[in-house]
Design a protein around this ligand. Structure first.
Ligand code: UT7
Length: 341
């Protein structure tokens, strides 16, 4: 693991001022899936902890942009601010509406923002955590005072709900969640330590080919898999089980904190067994490592902010606490963001 340079003492504090979430109307339970493919509720629950997931109903116009709009509108209301106060919108997604324009620009218009900056950040399941670290840097450097960080993904469009696609169709769900990051005079607030890593040599563990040339040497090119998510589940599972504890330890080391001095670990929801292994490794009580994968499945860039919004709404995540966001995913990528709220 690389060493991070020591940080200068902050002159500007950074706080999380509001959060919001949105899920589509459609629901696919394990029982529904068992009608569409060779699988069972028991198999899915045992291997993943997932009971149901939300999926976009395209006939109702549900997709990434409307979900992101609803989540950001709620986050703005929660922060008691007007969209015109936004200086920047970062939209973490790999399911943008179209290659051009950036969906974040349509999002800015949809929520009624002024001529703020807006861009998409493609970081797969690490997209939100990478964007959060980026947004914090902007505010702390004095470049911007208010940044919206939105995670929105609708992987259902890359799934096949039949036997051919059962290895991934059971895992993923659609959602969006937003966070408003603002400057504050309280310099005790903001990121204490963070980490962002990549191992591009492992890209073939998770990919969506768009042409026959995109297939890696180890996978035979298959027309039926064009535009579908390929996943080497076992390999990703092993990677996640070792990486979660490593990156948490690295971040605690950078912050000079012990595991129990952090109030909440808000982790990417990819598999309940991966989360449980990380919790046991640090001897954390269940209430410190939130799990909502049972209701939503893996919602990619939305997964971490979805947990944050639910925890804030329940009054469990509060000002004054220390919270570590942790993610990993396609790339391969992995990262953290440890906050003093
Ligand atoms: O955001 C990051 C994204 N990805 C992840 O985090 C995924 C990490 N990996 C995983 O969570 C697990 O690898 C899975 C849950 C995806 C799969 O669990 P596994 O224990 O690794 O199963 P497997 O792929 O080794 O498959 C075991 C068996 C196979 O049958 P055989 O060869 O033993 O006869 C599969 O064909 O289960 C079969 N199988 C299924 N059976 C029922 C695969 N998918 C299904 C299914 N229902 N949906």
């Amino acid at each position: 693991m690389t060493r991070a340079a020591p940080m200068d003492p902050p002159r500007i504090g950074v706080r999380i001022a509001g959060t919001g979430r949105a899920v589509p109307s459609g629901q696919l339970t394990n029982v529904d899936l068992a009608r569409l493919m060779q699988t069972s509720d028991e198999w899915i629950v045992q291997r993943t902890g997932i009971h149901t997931r939300r999926v976009c109903d395209r006939s109702k116009g549900e997709s990434c942009l409307p979900l992101a709009k609803e989540a950001l509108t709620k986050a703005l209301a929660d922060a008691r601010m007007d969209a015109r106060e936004l200086d920047m919108i970062i939209l973490a997604t790999l399911t943008e509406e179209m290659p051009c324009p950036p969906t974040s620009c349509q999002l800015a218009a949809a929520v009624g923002a002024g001529p703020c900056g807006a861009y998409d950040l493609s970081g797969a399941c690490s997209g939100f955590v990478f964007s959060l670290n980026t947004a914090w840097s902007m505010v702390r450097a004095g470049l911007h005072r208010t940044v919206a960080v939105v995670g929105a993904d609708t992987l259902s469009s890359y799934m096949e709900y039949n036997d051919h696609g059962r290895a991934t169709a059971i895992l993923f769900g659609d959602a969006a969640a937003a966070t408003i990051i603002r400057a504050t005079d309280d310099t005790s607030k903001g990121i204490i330590a963070q980490a962002m890593h990549t191992n591009g040599a492992r890209w073939a563990d998770l990919y969506i080919p768009l042409t026959m040339k995109h297939f890696p040497a180890e996978d035979p090119p298959e027309q039926a898999m064009i535009g579908r998510l390929h996943m080497n589940g076992k390999s990703v599972f092993k990677f996640a089980v070792s990486t979660f504890p490593e990156v948490i330890e690295q971040t605690l080391g950078r912050a000079g904190l012990r595991a129990e001095e952090v109030d909440h670990y808000i982790c990417h929801q990819s598999n309940a067994r991966i989360l449980e292994a990380a919790r046991e490794r640090f001897g954390l009580p269940a209430e410190k490592l939130y799990v909502n994968i049972d209701k939503y499945g893996n919602t990619v860039a939305a997964s971490v902010p979805l947990c944050l919004d639910e925890l804030r709404e329940a009054g469990r995540v509060r000002e004054g606490q220390r919270v570590m966001f942790v993610s990993f995913g396609a790339g391969l990528t992995w990262g953290t963001s440890l906050w003093q709220l």
